[in-house]
Design a protein around this ligand. Sequence first.
Ligand code: CP
Ligand code: NVA
Length: 304
Amino acid sequence: MKRDLISMLDVREDLDGIIDLGISLKKRKKSGGSIGFLGGKTLGMIFEKPSTRTRVSFEVAMTLLGGHAIFLSTNDMQLGRGESIEDTALVLSRYVDIIMYRAYNHDSMLELAKYSSVPVINGLDDREHPCQVIADLMTIKEYKGDLRGLNFVYIGDGNNNMAHSYLLGCGIAGMNIRIVSPKGFWPDKYYVEEAKKFGVRVEIVDDMRDATKDADVVATDTWVSMGDEEEKERRIRAFQGYTVNMEVMSRAKKDAIFMHCLPAYYGYEVTREVAHGPQSVIFDEAENRLWAQAAIMVRLSGIR
Ligand code: CP
Ligand code: NVA
């Protein structure tokens, strides 16, 4: 049976194992060792939306693992001019060993996974961004050690892919999560209910005054996700007062870290002072996309 990574719930059984594998691949490679576990394998990467980190980190990860990655933009694929997702999945499954897909629509993601006979990895859709959240949890583990019992605070658009995957990821990892968003931008109830099933504290609030109280980790994301561009002005108005600035950070624990999946828009969801300040780990997060995804690909290939 092939195994996909569409939602954080797909790694509920082995999140710890993937994070630890990511950390060990990173150490091994940096100390001069070989990590060529996927020699001769090919990754196909389909992009409907732009990307810097996802594209480069997957491609480099596959190279380091001894395999090869192919970048496929839907602008240049027959998929972009009407070929069905079903036929695309059936054809690509004859050529490549893993498919990574960045899609506008979660239903397209599910359809590709349904018809593909090789593992499909969600490289972001409108519901979730699991690869980013696995890399983020790996980063938190590197900084804080044990994840269990930590307090994670996410400020900003609570109804986007990052907020949803954070809810599930924190639940699985045993971390309490508080989402601080204006009403109207609260998470889809499904993710809140799923997170609660793991027995962690889940709070959804709109009040910024105590937003970062007791926080070990403070995270945010853009107020205008890819696909939300038409709502840009309305969103910027709605999110006034939700910027993560030095004052917001000063109300968290002294050793709190700041996270952002990037790209960041300084002066909106976060100030540059915070993002490039001493508590920020945003570039470790970006680097860890590479190691976490290497671990994910090794795992889905059933090798380790
Ligand atoms: N964080 C992230 O997924 O970045 P890209 O859009 O650049 O891939
Ligand atoms: N929420 C953002 C994440 C970008 C990596 C978006 O979907 O655009």
